[in-house]
Design a protein around this ligand. Structure first.
Ligand code: GDP
Ligand code: MN
Length: 379
C-alpha cells in the first residue's frame, strides 16, 4: 500500500523526523483557513498516489490566505496521470538552498534494505538516475541497522558542514526506524531540503508499506481510502482476485500464479506487452470470470484480451460459461483470444462454439494470436 504524502509525514513526525506543519484540505475555503492558521508562506500539494506532481502543476507556493485559496482551486481541479485530485496538503513552506535525495528501499535481489542518497535531489531525480547513476550513492544496510558513524560517513562527502552531516545522519537513523518498525518496502525523502540557515527538512515523503505485514498493523486500515484505488484494483480486492496492472495492452486472464507468470513471459518473448497480471485462481466460478473481464476492461489501454486456462481444479466449461455470460451482459469492445486445455475442455469448446467463439489448445498459438490482434488495432 502506498501512503499519501500527508500520511507519510504523520508517520515521519511520530519518529521525530523534521517535517513542517500542515493539514489536508478538500475545498479551497478549507485551504484558506489552514493557510491563515499557518501564517507565512505556504506550499499546496496535490495528494494523489503518483509521482511527478511538481511537474504536473500539483505543487504551488502561496503567500497568504487568498493566494492559497486560488492555488487550492487550481490544484483541486487537476487530473494527474488520470487521477483526479481530491485532497490538497497545505503546509508551511521552507526556503531551499539545496535539495538532497534520501531513501531506503527493500532490495529484493540482495535480500537487504538499500540506502540511496544523492546531492542532486528534487524533481529531476529520475533523470539523474538515468543519465548519471554514479551521482546516486547506494549502500546496503544489514538487518541490524545502521550505526551513527556509518550514517555520518555516508553524508560526509555530500555535505561540507559538520552540523549538516549530523542532522542528515540523525534523519537517516530515524528513517531507518520508520522503515523497519513500519514494515516498509520504501521510505523516501525527496527533496531533503537544506535551508539557507543550514537546517535539514523533509519536504516530501513517500512510503510504501509491505501488504504482507498488514496483520500486525491494525492502524493501516485507517490509511486505506477506496477512492484512491483504480476501479479495477478495487473490484479485484473485493472479489479476492490477485490483480497487478502493468503498462502494456494485452489483458491476460489466467488461472494460477505460475501460469500467469509463464503467460507474461511468453507475451514478452513474442514481442508483446502484458497489460496486467490477473489470476482467477483455482476453482473458477463463472462469476469470477465475469469479474475478471470487468477488471480488465476498466483499463482503457487494453486492446485485446487473452484467456489462458489450464484446466485442473478449474473447469474449462466454467470458464467458458463465464465468458459467454459476461458477453451477454456487456459485449466486449476489444477482441478476445481464448486458449483452453484440460478438465472439460470439449464441453467448454461446445459452449463457446454455440456463441460463435473458438479456442485454441496451444499456449504458443494463443499468445501469438493475441499479439497479432493487439497490433492490428494499431494499424
Ligand atoms: P513531487 O514532484 O511529486 O515529488 O513533489 P514535491 O513535494 O517533491 O515537490 C516538488 C518540488 O517543489 C520540490 O522539489 C521543491 O523544489 C518544490 N517545493 C516543495 N515544497 C516546497 C517548499 O516548502 N518550499 C519551496 N520553496 N519549494 C518547495
Ligand atoms: Mn518529491
Amino acid at each position: 500500500m502506498n501512503l499519501h504524502e500527508y500520511q507519510a509525514k504523520e508517520l515521519f513526525a511520530r519518529h521525530g523526523l523534521p517535517v513542517l506543519p500542515g493539514q489536508v484540505a478538500t475545498t479551497p475555503e478549507e485551504a484558506r483557513n489552514i493557510a491563515t492558521s499557518l501564517g507565512d508562506t505556504v506550499v499546496l500539494k496535490a495528494q494523489v498516489l503518483v509521482g511527478g506532481r511538481g511537474k504536473a502543476g500539483g505543487v504551488k507556493l502561496a503567500r497568504g490566505a487568498e493566494e492559497a485559496y486560488h492555488a487550492a482551486r487550481a490544484i483541486l481541479g487537476l487530473k494527474i496521470q488520470d487521477l483526479p485530485v481530491r485532497k490538497v496538503l497545505v503546509a508551511r513552506a521552507a526556503e531551499i538552498a539545496r535539495e538532497l535525495y534520501l531513501s531506503i528501499v527493500l532490495d529484493r535481489a540482495a535480500q537487504l534494505p538499500l540506502v540511496m542518497l544523492s546531492a542532486e535531489g528534487g524533481v529531476e531525480i529520475e533523470e539523474v538516475a538515468r543519465v548519471s547513476p554514479e551521482k546516486i550513492l547506494r549502500r546496503h544496510v544489514s538487518l541490524d541497522g545502521l550505526r551513527p558513524y556509518q550514517a555520518r560517513s555516508l553524508f560526509r562527502p555530500l555535505l561540507a558542514d559538520g552540523s549538516q552531516v549530523s542532522q542528515a545522519a540523525d534523519i537517516l537513523l530515524r528513517l531507518w526506524a520508520v522503515f523497519r518498525d513500519g514494515d516498509c518496502t520504501l521510505a523516501e525523502i525527496n527533496p531533503l531540503a537544506v535551508t539557507p540557515e543550514g537546517k535539514l527538512v523533509a519536504l516530501d515523503a513517500k512510503v510504501t508499506l509491505d501488504d504482507n505485514a498488514e496483520f500486525r498493523h491494525r492502524d493501516w486500515n485507517l490509511w486505506r481510502d477506496p477512492e484512491d484505488e483504480t476501479p479495477g484494483a478495487r473490484l479485484a480486492r473485493e472479489r479476492g482476485l490477485s490483480y497487478v496492472k502493468l503498462d502494456g495492452d494485452i489483458g491476460c486472464v489466467v488461472n494460477g500464479a505460475g501460469l500467469a507468470m509463464a503467460t507474461m513471459d511468453l507475451v514478452k518473448h513474442y514481442g508483446g506487452e502484458p497489460a496486467n497480471f490477473l489470476d482467477i485462481g483455482g476453482s473458477s466460478s463463472p462469476d469470477k470470470v465475469t469479474a475478471a473481464l470487468k477488471i480488465i476492461t476498466s483499463d482503457s489501454r487494453v486492446r485485446v484480451i487473452l484467456f489462458n486456462i489450464f484446466g485442473g481444479i478449474t473447469r474449462c466449461d466454467d470458464v467458458a460459461r463465464g465468458i459467454v455470460q459476461s458477453l451477454e451482459q456487456s459485449p466486449l469492445a476489444v477482441p478476445l483470444v481464448i486458449r483452453l486445455t484440460g478438465t472439460n475442455e470439449d464441453l467448454a469448446r461446445k459452449i463457446l462454439a454455440e456463441r460463435g467463439l473458438s479456442a485454441t489448445t496451444s499456449m504458443d498459438e494463443g499468445v501469438r494470436a493475441a499479439i497479432a490482434k493487439a497490433q492490428e488495432v494499431f494499424a
